[in-house]
Design a binder for this molecule. Structure first.
Ligand code: SF4
Length: 325
């Protein structure tokens, strides 16, 4: 019988699902992904997680709860580091333990470490271990790792060409040019689980696109571009997501084709308070682009988001009009 692997549509799902899905399918498993976040998932997440957790972690609990009866294993790797010499937020490290503690009736949990702090090549060994839990054929596991690596490279190239990761995941999805469809382009900076989960951000990206705005995000900025921009900081940023957000924001602030920046942060997120400050300071120093900071938690209301986004878009429109005169 085919083994079913449940993957929550949460946390770093949008960054790594092409790798994870290709890998598990390559070793003969079936991948089951939880649905889009909705009210029931949020309610379960709030019930199961600790109050102090940020909203994306609470939502991730809800996704695990909704998957637990649909799979033989739940895949919630202990994400320590996804980039050499950098770390991921400690909440990712503790997530598998918190889930085991708080979610009842779990199937098997695959929570092996993913730790690329010392070397990127450690990933191979870590996925080989994971594969060995399900598949007894080492050649099949090695081939699945190779195919997963190829899949993530293809996905990254599509995202860096301007596609949103939530669209690039579907390998058949295509659209005309990254920023050529509409006159105005706005950059949205934030953690992937905040930007691409339209329930968490109350439809932010759709609101912008419906208003005729082209949207680029943190993930559309290539790694080299990000690193060139953060290289000038006094101290190295050792949180991977924070480094990417700051580098991408600096890139967009200096790009003439970008009309404004929206920074999406989580309430009670330590890393966001630091990266947000770095981005806002630079935005103020440059002073030429409208800047909006949206902080999200489970109490964020639609009316507040709509009003602030509308005011931001008014500023973008006014600036563009002034530039044309
Ligand atoms: S970086 Fe912030 S938003 Fe992300 S998991 Fe950590 S505390 Fe939560």
């Amino acid at each position: 019988m085919t083994v079913k692997i449940g993957i929550p549509r949460a946390l770093l799902f949008h960054n790594f699902i092409p790798y994870w899905k290709t890998f598990f399918e390559g070793i003969g498993a079936e991948v089951v992904i939880s649905g889009l976040t909705n009210k029931a998932i949020l309610q379960d997440g709030l019930r199961l997680s600790v109050d102090e957790a940020c909203l994306p972690v609470k939502v991730a609990f809800g996704h695990v709860e909704h998957l637990k009866n649909k799979a033989d294993y739940i895949f919630i790797p202990r994400l320590v580091s996804v980039f050499p010499r950098e770390y991921i937020c400690p909440k990712f490290l503790g997530f598998p333990d918190m889930v085991r503690q708080n979610v009842q009736g779990l199937p098997g949990v695959i929570d092996n470490n993913i730790n690329m702090y010392r070397r990127e090549s450690d990933l191979y060994r870590q996925f080989f271990e994971i594969g060995s839990l399900i598949c007894g054929n080492p050649f099949k596991i090695a081939l699945a790792i190779k195919k997963a690596g190829d899949a993530i490279k293809r996905f990254t190239a599509r995202v860096e060409s301007g596609l949103r990761p939530d669209r690039a995941i579907d390998s058949s999805y295509s659209e005309d040019g990254p920023a050529g469809r509409k006159d105005t382009t706005v950059a949205v900076i934030g953690h992937p689980y905040n930007i691409y989960d339209s329930f968490i951000n109350i439809g932010l990206l759709k609101r912008l696109e419906d208003a005729g705005i082209n949207v680029l995000t943190t993930d559309n900025v290539p790694e080299k571009e990000v690193n060139d921009h953060v290289a000038h900081l006094n101290k190295k940023l050792f949180w991977t997501l924070g480094r990417r957000m700051v580098g991408a924001a600096y890139h967009f602030l200096e790009s003439p084709g970008i009309s404004g920046i929206i920074h999406v942060a989580s309430f009670a997120c330590g890393p966001d308070s630091m990266t947000g400050e770095l981005i806002e300071r630079k935005a103020r120093r440059i002073g030429s682009k409208p800047y909006l900071n949206l902080t999200l938690d489970e109490h964020t209301g639609e009316a507040g988001i709509v009003t602030r986004v509308e005011a931001f878009l008014d500023m973008v429109g006014t600036k563009e009009q002034a530039a044309r005169c």
